[in-house]
Ligand binder design. Structure first.
Ligand code: NI
Length: 187
């Protein structure tokens, strides 16, 4: 296992579409997945996509810790999950704003609109299909990580760039707001 170097915004690997993984059971995919998990936990972050560690493969890892979980059926805590060649289906027209950060855009955060309810699927390291529905923070994390595979970083999803800036500066403003929205930082 190894902690990998994280690519930062501006590196071309983050702007490219990542390639489908042909054999999910290949040893090099298991190795990449292990290193990504170690890198994510070390950062620490709640999600990481392969392009963020300079690997152009369609692989994401994420989790929803208890502290970030909601009360809904598909919004609870989610154990560490790995998805190969993930797919997302939007199950709602409703969008919600939430704060996000990204290990590739250190020390910054922004308020990003995301679809509130999704279905997602993908393969695990044994090639078995994983299929879930997600709402709330869970849905947000998956959309954020999935976007990395298509070369999309969260500021590209923002409608109001006045809500993008350094975390240390924004925290004060956010805490002064009504507090009904949770601060959310997928990775
Ligand atoms: Ni990110």
């Amino acid at each position: 296992m190894a902690i990998l170097k994280i690519a930062r915004m501006g590196h071309p690997i983050l702007a490219r579409r990542a390639e489908e993984i042909v054999d999910p059971t290949a040893p090099e995919i298991a190795r990449l997945a292990e290193d990504m998990i170690e890198t994510m936990l070390d950062a620490p972050g709640v999600g990481l996509a392969a392009p963020q560690v300079h690997a152009g493969s369609r692989l994401i890892v994420f989790q929803v810790p208890e502290g970030r979980a909601g009360d809904g059926k598909d919004d609870g805590a989610v154990p560490l999950t790995l998805l190969i060649n993930p797919a997302i289906e939007f199950l709602s027209d409703d969008m919600a704003l939430g704060w996000e950060g990204c290990l590739s855009i250190p020390e910054m955060m922004g308020e990003v609109p995301r679809v509130m309810r999704i279905g997602y699927s993908g393969l695990d390291l044994a090639g078995r299909r994983v299929e879930r529905e997600a709402t709330g923070f869970h849905a947000r994390v998956v959309q954020h990580e999935y976007d990395h595979l298509d070369g999309i970083l969260y500021p590209m999803r923002m409608a109001d760039l006045s809500r993008f800036g350094f975390t240390a500066e924004l925290r004060k403003m956010v805490s002064e707001e009504d507090g009904e929205r949770d601060e959310e930082e997928p990775d």
